[in-house]
Design a protein around this ligand. Structure first.
Ligand code: NAP
Length: 278
């Protein structure tokens, strides 16, 4: 029996068990996927004993992604550029790490639109961990230019310096001035998420054939996406990224590349709506 888990601190709200549990059942695999609360002080020993505990690997969430990056073998160029790991797998006694967040974003974008990165310009709001994963992935995919807007300009400048001349840091206040040259607008901040302030932006300057993606998935349709739909833009919600980022890990641990289906999406949507007032 193969086993995997998700580690974090706290871990209560992770939806990974729901996703992997769905696939285990669908593909009739005798295996398990569980939540493990791991305190930062216990992280190193947890990783060292992963295989002894019977795990084929694990997902990694807040606050461990950067720490795990420094403790595992990273062979993938995109993951090295991101500097954080969300997927760990054991192979021939060695522990490897991958970051699949950017992969998940791009897979979701390509599933929902006809997106090709070549010769395209992207505007990204936010310069945190998720933005870093998306930037590294879009660069690998051949993007022409990325404008990076962040409340704390210094953080955007650090990323621009790290990723080179494709990425240009800009103050958040200037975003609307760049929309007329934007093929894809992505919100990677927590703005617009339930319990967080809204993302206040006018899409008036955005061409109607551009795409708008929000990586926030609660609510599923953020105000940004509502506005984009009203502007006739194609939209991509954050749930697709969450589902697709789980695919490579499941394949490594359980040996089958799983499919992201409407049935799985509906299951997670129902879970998101579960505790909401009518
Ligand atoms: P992070 O590293 O903490 O970065 C947060 C970003 O949001 C920073 O750029 C921060 O700006 C900005 N921000 C936060 N509050 C803000 C405010 N009030 N005004 C302006 N900017 C604000 O977080 P992360 O890991 O990148 O995650 C960001 C969001 O993406 C979260 O909501 C997370 O749930 C979501 N996410 C979704 C998926 C998915 O699969 N769909 C995957 C990963 C993350 P400063 O630098 O100025 O602080």
């Amino acid at each position: 029996m193969r086993k995997a888990c998700v580690i974090g601190w706290p871990i209560k709200h992770s939806r990974s068990p729901l996703i992997h549990g769905f696939w285990l059942k669908k593909y009739a695999i005798t295996g398990s996927y569980e939540k493990r609360a791991v305190e930062p002080g216990d992280l190193e020993s947890f990783l060292e004993t992963l295989e002894i505990k019977g795990f084929s690997g694990c997902n990694v969430t807040i606050p461990h992604k950067e720490m795990v990056f420094n403790k595992v073998i990273v062979t993938d160029e995109v993951t090295r550029g991101i500097g954080a790991v969300n997927t760990v797998f054991v192979s021939e006694g060695k522990t490897y790490g991958l970051n699949t967040d950017g992969y998940g974003f791009l897979a979701s974008l390509k599933e929902s639109t006809t997106w090709q990165s070549e010769n395209k310009t992207v505007s990204i709001i936010g310069a945190g961990g998720a933005a870093r994963a998306i930037i590294a992935t879009l660069i690998k995919d051949g993007i022409k230019a990325i404008y990076l807007f962040n409340r704390t300009m210094a953080k955007a400048q650090i990323l621009a310096k790290e990723f080179g001349s494709v990425v240009k840091a800009k103050p958040l206040e200037k975003l609307e001035e760049f929309l007329d040259q934007t093929d894809l607008l992505i919100n990677t901040t927590s703005l617009g998420m339930v319990g967080q302030p809204p993302l206040e932006i006018s899409l008036q300057n955005l061409p109607s054939d551009s795409c708008v993606a929000d990586i926030v998935y609660d609510p599923l349709e953020t105000n940004l996406l509502k506005q984009a739909k009203a502007n006739a833009n194609r939209t991509v919600d954050g749930l697709g990224m969450l589902l697709h980022q789980a695919v490579p890990g499941f394949e490594k641990w359980f040996g089958i590349r799983p499919e992201v289906t409407k049935e799985l999406r509906d299951l997670v949507v129902a879970d998101l709506l579960k505790d909401k007032p009518e």
